[in-house]
Design a protein around this ligand. Structure first.
Ligand code: LLP
Length: 439
C-alpha cells in the first residue's frame, strides 16, 4: 500500500502495509491519492517565490476531487478553471474568488456570468483567449453591472519544436486554437482599453500557457520572455493602472520513468530571473500548475482478471488483463503515455525471489488502444497491480465507454483513509441507457 515515499516524493509499494490492504483493493479499479504529498508539493513550489507576492493557481482539470482541491486551497493555492462546473468546485472547496482565473477558448455566457457573480467583485481574472471574446465579456459585465477583471492570454507562437512535449499537449505555437495570437495583442489591448474607459473591463494580467509535461525549462522560459516583452509594451501605454500580474502558465513536467531533470521550483526560479531582466519585478507572478502538484501522488489500483499467452510472429507473448481500462486512465491511449506498473505486494519485495518477465498489460475495453504497454512484472502473475503517476488527468478524463462505471477514489492523509468515493454504479448506467428508449 502507498504509505511511504522515496527521495523524489514518489509513493512506494513495498514494505509492511500500515493500512488494511484488503480494504484498499476491495473495490477496483480505484484511484488512491496521498494528500500529504500533494500538500508538500505545493509548499515546495510556493517556497521558490521566497516570500514575494505570487499566486499558484492550481489547474483543477488535473484532479478536481474535493479533498485534493481543499488540500491545495488550505496550502494557499488559488485555482485555474476552464468551465462553470470547475469554477463551482474551486469556490466550493474554499478557494477565494480573488484567487481564481478562468481560461478557455469558448466560455458560455452563463459561465461568464458565474465568474462575474462570484464574491464581491467577481473572480480575479477571466482570461481573454481571442479578440472576438472581448466584446462578449464586456457585454456580460454590463448586464451584471460589474467591472470584469480580465487578463489577456497571449499565444506567444513559440516554435513547435521548442516545446518539448507531445503534439496533443503543446498549445503555445501558432497553429493552436489557444490564446490571442501574438500579432493581435495590440488590437486586443486597444479594445480592452476602450471597454475599460467605460468601466466594463479592467486589465489585471497578461499571461500565456504553452503546453504541458515540459521536461526542460527552455520552451517555458522562451514563452515567458515573449510575454514579458508584450507586457512592457502594454505598460508603455500608461493606460493600464490595474495591471498586477504576469501569468506564465502551467506545464511543469513530472518523471514518468524517463526522467524530468527540472523540479517545478526550477521553472519558477528561471522565470523570476527572466522577469527581473525585463525590469518587471513590480508585477506579481502567477503560475497554473496542474500535473506537477498531483501527478506523482496518485496511483490507480487494479485487479488482475486473467492472463493469456499468444504467439506474436512466433514469439510468445504474455498478456496481463486487468480490470482498469482506457476509460479509467486514458493517457496511454490518447498520448502513448507510459505509466509504470508495479505489483502490489504485502511482503517486502527483497524477501521473496522474484523473476520479472515482460508482460503486456491491457484493459477490458474493446479497443486495441486499451493497452498500457510492456512492463517487467513477476513471472507468477500478481493479484493486483498499481499504475503509477496517475494522480493527474486520470480520473478527470475517465469515461463510461463500454458501460464501465467511474472508478472509486480513496484519499490518504497520515497513512489513513480520510475520504473516499464509491465506484460508479453499473446498474444506474444500464437504467439510464434504457430509460431513453422507453421515454
Ligand atoms: N493552464 C491552462 C490554461 C491549461 O490548459 C493547462 C492544461 C494547465 C494550466 C495545466 O497544465 P499542467 O501544469 O497540468 O501541465 N490531459 C493531458 C494534459 C492536458 C493539459 C491541458 N491543459 C495529459 O494527460 O497529459
Amino acid at each position: 500500500v502507498p504509505t511511504s515515499r522515496d527521495a523524489s516524493g514518489r509513493l512506494t509499494f513495498t514494505g509492511a502495509p500500515a493500512l488494511p490492504f484488503v480494504e484498499l483493493v476491495e473495490s477496483t479499479p480505484a484511484y488512491v491519492y496521498d494528500l500529504d504529498a500533494i500538500a508538500a508539493e505545493a509548499r515546495e513550489l510556493k517556497a521558490a517565490f521566497e516570500g514575494e507576492e505570487h499566486l499558484v493557481a492550481y489547474a483543477v482539470k488535473a484532479n478536481s476531487a474535493g479533498p485534493v482541491v481543499r488540500t491545495l486551497a488550505a496550502e494557499g493555492c488559488g485555482a485555474d478553471v476552464v468551465s462553470g462546473a470547475e469554477l463551482a468546485v474551486a469556490l466550493g472547496a474554499g478557494v477565494a474568488p480573488d484567487a481564481v482565473v478562468y481560461s478557455g477558448v469558448a466560455k458560455r455566457d452563463d459561465e461568464l456570468d458565474a465568474a462575474l457573480a462570484a464574491g464581491e467583485r467577481g473572480i480575479l481574472a477571466i482570461q481573454i483567449e481571442s479578440v472576438e471574446e472581448i466584446d462578449r465579456v464586456a457585454a456580460r459585465a454590463r448586464a451584471a453591472r460589474r467591472c470584469a477583471r480580465v487578463s489577456i492570454r497571449v499565444n506567444p507562437a513559440v516554435e513547435r519544436h521548442a516545446l518539448d512535449t507531445h503534439d496533443h499537449i503543446a498549445t503555445g505555437h501558432d497553429e493552436a486554437k489557444f490564446g490571442v495570437p501574438r500579432g493581435d495583442v495590440a488590437a486586443a489591448l486597444d479594445l480592452v482599453q476602450l471597454h475599460a474607459s467605460r468601466g466594463e473591463l479592467a486589465l489585471v494580467g497578461l499571461g500565456c500557457h504553452v503546453g504541458s509535461q515540459f521536461t526542460s525549462t527552455d520552451g517555458y522560459v522562451d514563452a515567458a520572455r515573449t510575454l514579458f516583452g508584450l507586457a512592457r509594451s502594454a505598460l508603455s501605454r500608461g493606460a493600464f493602472a490595474d495591471l498586477r500580474f504576469l501569468d506564465t502558465g502551467g506545464g511543469f513536467g513530472i518523471d514518468y520513468g524517463e526522467g524530468c531533470p527540472p523540479r517545478p521550483a526550477d521553472f519558477i526560479k528561471a522565470v523570476r530571473k527572466e522577469r527581473a531582466a525585463a525590469g518587471l519585478d513590480a508585477l506579481a507572478l502567477l503560475v497554473e500548475p496542474g500535473r506537477s502538484l498531483v501527478g506523482a501522488h496518485g496511483v490507480l489500483l487494479s485487479r488482475v482478471i486473467q492472463t493469456k499467452t499468444t504467439l506474436a510472429g512466433g514469439v510468445p507473448r504474455r498478456w496481463l488483463m486487468i480490470d482498469a481500462g482506457m476509460n479509467d486512465l486514458m493517457r496511454p491511449a490518447l498520448y502513448q503515455a507510459h505509466h509504470r506498473i508495479v505489483p502490489l505486494v504485502i511482503q517486502p519485495r527483497e524477501a521473496v525471489a522474484v523473476t520479472d518477465v515482460a508482460w503486456r498489460v491491457v484493459g477490458p475495453v474493446c479497443e486495441s488502444s486499451d493497452d498500457f504497454g510492456l512492463h517487467p512484472l513477476p513471472e507468477t502473475a500478481p493479484d493486483h497491480v498499481a499504475l503509477l503517476d496517475a494522480g493527474a488527468y486520470g480520473f478527470t478524463m475517465a469515461s463510461r465507454y463500454n458501460g464501465r462505471p467511474a472508478p472509486a477514489e480513496i484519499f490518504l492523509r497520515g497513512g489513513a483513509v480520510v475520504a473516499r468515493s464509491a465506484a460508479g454504479d453499473a446498474r444506474a448506467w444500464v437504467e439510464e441507457r434504457l430509460r431513453i428508449a422507453s421515454a
